[in-house]
Design a protein around this ligand. Sequence first.
Ligand code: ASP
Ligand code: MG
Length: 392
Amino acid sequence: MPLVVVVSAMGKTTNLLEKLVPGATEASETTSLRQQLEEYHRNIASALMPDNMDVQHKIGNLLSSLDHLCSTLPPDTEHYNYNYDQVVSHGELLSTTIIAEYINSLGINTLWLDARQIIKTDSHYREGRVDWPATQEAIDTLSIDSMPFRVILTQGFIGGTANGQTTTLGREGSDYSAAILAHCLNAENMTIWKDVPGFLNADPKFFADTVKISQIPYNEAIELAYYGASVIHPKTVKPIQNKSIPLYIRSFITPDAEGSSIGDYKAIVPETPLYIFKNNQILLSILPRDYSFIAEDNLQVIFGLLNELGIRVNLMQNSALSFSICVDNNPQRIGVLVDRLKSMFRVRYNENLQLVTIRYYTQEVIDSIVAGRPILLEQRSRTTEQIIVPCK
Ligand code: ASP
Ligand code: MG
């Protein structure tokens, strides 16, 4: 069976492409962004393969298709999600084109495979939902396992609808793409290559003394991704767990080091507190105008709105007279939410908060994280402590 490699866009390309979606940026700025995108990819390709004109030609073709889209797609909000997927997917098309050429130039027989042919989704643009039977069928039809290549290289993050439109699976979705392929191919295992040594007990950007967790049970990994552990996309574990495929997280900086392994384990090893920080949180307290109880009918209205606006609740709590939710502060969506809620309820909110989740907490650990800050809300279960505090 060939090695299937799933590649994301290079560096900050996805962020840059988001700015090139029609209507996203002032026309005066797009020229320089477009130029940056071209130089960045052409330079990488020529550093890797100085004499390869073919790859430069392929990059040119992809950039022309991008330019064509940017100048012809209607720049209105109604088409925004569709336009986004058509434009932003070019990051992965460019990266995989360059890398496939490079691996082939090393004498490793590699096939560049268009993920839009195999990862089949509905037409929910920017958050494509996988059509599992269609995906399985597309993969089976290609007989990837018996293809005469050492490497099959494809794009993460992107998929295609039944009638051939490009979709994306949600930001940071490349791991999920790999998990879908691993599931459908009954892979022996899957490895996510990262710039960190494995699954750490906290994000090293926020925490000085991190501990690497070497074994993580599947359900623990799902919980941690749900709480916001950024090393793994929340959707990645389920397709892997369903087929008991071992999932490894390893570092491309130290490729010989062992990394972390997610599988059928009983508990994390080593046992240590795990920390997940979510900054830029907002806490909304929703109170009935007439001091009546918050009950099922009110909750139904509130959840209906959250669902309609696509707002995910990170933590919730209710008392007799108020219902509180902690959500990411996405100004556009939250603005609409607050306006709509205010037509029915009294709404109070606190911004600039941090939601800290600590699994396997001790009181000492909680105290050191709170560091004297006032706690706006606290929830504790046997294994997990969640607190909302002002950002430091
Ligand atoms: N390139 C996409 C993103 O930046 C997907 C990924 O990185 O996993 O969101
Ligand atoms: Mg990326």
